[in-house]
Design a protein around this ligand. Structure first.
Ligand SMILES: C[S@@+](CC[C@H](N)C(=O)[O-])C[C@H]1O[C@@H](n2cnc3c(N)ncnc32)[C@H](O)[C@@H]1O
Length: 202
């Protein structure tokens, strides 16, 4: 039998075992089949949160936050503040609802928009789970438009990263689709689920 959302949140706070199937109950049924391919698994999110937020005053942004799984787990296992920006309004609504169910609305914020167009200077740490391969275009959009949109997005992201403050942390899972600009040093690469978590610091 599955525990209620508050008990699942409390278990994560206590670092007790919580499966993905159990946490995913806080998200709408019709979105849950995305979990396996598109959402950070719980165990990976816990480790990513440790790498992103070593102190409670850290402000973290998940660029392409989906239903907010990374931010929600981060808010439960660290004292930091977690922001997610997501291009799909349905997933933003699901993230806000899940934050309420898990009682972490005071340390999470989810906004709807294009993460590559947001100013990132308010944040100390950034998380990318290979977000930019999922572009929201009309179904009949040409492959050329799709490719050009991804390239333009990655150019903006690389420009943001090139302007990041010293000390900015970047954690990737499955990379972000581009290259970290000069000035970033990779401090860790750890196996995580079917890929790796990488920690980069400016
Ligand atoms: C692989 S999922 C990762 C979800 C979440 N970060 C996690 O780890 O559970 C990538 C998400 O990025 C979103 N995305 C892609 N491009 C985006 C953009 N330019 N701005 C905001 N969100 C974007 C997609 O809609 C998708 O929900």
């Amino acid at each position: 039998m599955m525990r209620p959302a508050l008990a699942v949140g409390e278990a994560l706070r206590q670092r007790a075992a919580v499966s993905d199937a159990e946490l995913d109950q806080v998200f709408p049924d019709e979105l849950r089949d995305r979990s396996h391919l598109h959402w950070t698994p719980v165990a990976v999110a816990i480790r990513a949160a440790e790498l992103l937020a070593p102190t409670a005053d850290t402000r973290v942004l998940d660029v392409g936050a989906g239903v907010g799984k990374l931010c929600l787990v981060g808010a439960l296992v660290t004292g930091a503040m977690w922001w997610g920006i997501e291009q799909d309004a349905v997933q933003v609504a699901a993230a806000n609802r899940a934050a309420w169910a898990l009682d972490v609305t005071h340390r999470t914020r989810f906004v709807h928009g294009d993460g590559s167009r947001l100013a990132w200077d308010e944040f100390d740490a950034l998380y990318f789970y290979n977000p930019f391969s999922t572009v929201m275009l009309a179904p009949h959009a040409s492959p050329f438009l799709r490719y050009a949109t991804i390239r333009a997005t990655l150019r903006r992201v690389e420009q943001h990263l090139a302007a990041a403050r010293p000390g900015t942390r970047v954690v990737t899972f499955h990379g972000f689709g581009g290259a970290l600009p000069p000035g970033f040093t990779r401090l860790a690469r750890e196996p995580a689920a079917d890929d790796a978590l990488e920690l980069w610091i400016r």
